[in-house]
Unconditional design. Sequence first.
Length: 124
Amino acid sequence: MSITLTQVLIQQGYLTNEQYHNSYQIQQSQPIELRQPLAQIYLEQGFFGIEHVEYCIRLRQQYISEGVEPEFDKTSYEEQQQQYVPEQQQPTSASSGGGATNCKVCLSECQDGWTICPFCGSNL
């Protein structure tokens, strides 16, 4: 599993699961062509400053380059993440490889066939 910016923000204590879910609901209520990345919504909601996002982006990239996954309750996070991924973002046709594509905005690992990243809402 590729670590997401949201996971690092939660792990560092800048974001709670509740804040993430509320932001995700805000994002999903936006028209798809105008949908904002989650990090932008977090900033607009005043959860933390841009310096915290920049720090967590650098930390996330360090984790990825070192192959380290930070300590946090992965099972709980993954279960909650799946609960909030809308059905229309799931692949509609079976992909032969069952592979993954990395989002160009947040670099999260997304399943082949998805058109929108469930982590940041950008088009894949």
